[in-house]
Design a protein around this ligand. Sequence first.
Ligand code: GAF
Length: 385
Amino acid sequence: MDPGSVAALSTSTRRAFQAAYGIAPAVVGRAPGRVNLIGEHTDYNAGLVLPVALPHATYAAVTPRADRLVRLRSAQRDDAWEGDDLGPGQVDGWAAYVAGVVWALRESGVEVPGLDVCVDSTVPLGAGLSSSAALECSVAVAVTEVVGRKDDPDERGRLVRACMRAETEVAGAPTGGMDQTVALFAEPGAALLIDFDSGVSRPVPLALEAAGLAILVVDTGVSHALTDGGYGSRRDDCEQAVRALGVGSLREATLDQVEGLEDERIRRRARHVVTEIARVSQAVDAIGAGDWAALGSLFADSHASMRDDFEISCPELDVAVGSAVAAGAVGSRMTGGGFGGSAVALVPSDSLDTVTGAVSAAFADQGFKPPTYLLADPSPAASLC
Ligand code: GAF
């Protein structure tokens, strides 16, 4: 899937706004989707993650209103939404992500007026590539400009927290903060190492071109929603492990402690988290050393851990990962919240056609619907455009 050009999408979103509301928008904000290289379900366990911002992004054209009303339209939806009651329990569906950002910013003390908003996106929906955080963050950076606040790292930290509140409290998805942090802090050409214990993040440069490698995303087409219960039940299991171990978070737990947990399911969940956090550190070392084979093995271990211990894979993800590696990918694993969505693969650039051909053939053999592909060229964070 093509991410489109920023200039063309900015212009088409402005035009759609003008057609919907009869005036030009004041600003257009843009925020990327993401693919996580490694570190899954570790963010809400005070752990480490290593995502990359995609060139695929959401564009939000915004104009302030004289009243408190919020009106929303999306190029991806037939329905429009409007209302002035934006808090938890008041808004359903995609509108909750936008209304929630306005509500959370107001709660944090930012005087946000009513808004007219029109969005468009090239982030595939329901593909585990963080379309919801892209939506939240595109609106958040546009609102920051509209209300005249300085766009600096402190303000971006505030936006991360507001977008997380929108997602957890208004949209009802109990997520952990990786997606909003990378959307607002990513740097081009790099993955972002985020430490959810210290709250510190730093770019990890990816010399992919020099290594002749590309990051391929395989969208299985198996749609998932972070509000549908599976994600939340894994989070509950982790909290149960924390209570049983008497630790502050699974970041503090050792593998020995985890292996002593009595409940077999809780033991496996905690084992995934503890080993996955260690794999993120090892992945950063492997990238620094240009040891792509080591990174590939870490991808393999991570996928097995999510399939067997955390139980968030599905047949389509397992086939995508297995067939990509068999066809020459250096490594592959499922990525994101799980239960469908996408796999990520590190692929020699000159083998991209071979790998996508093999994955498509394997899907056809299994009777799965055809997968789609995109290239994750590590891209910049949210901005105005
Ligand atoms: C989803 C969530 F939104 C993230 O916070 C993270 O937990 C991820 O699943 C799994 O690593 O994207």
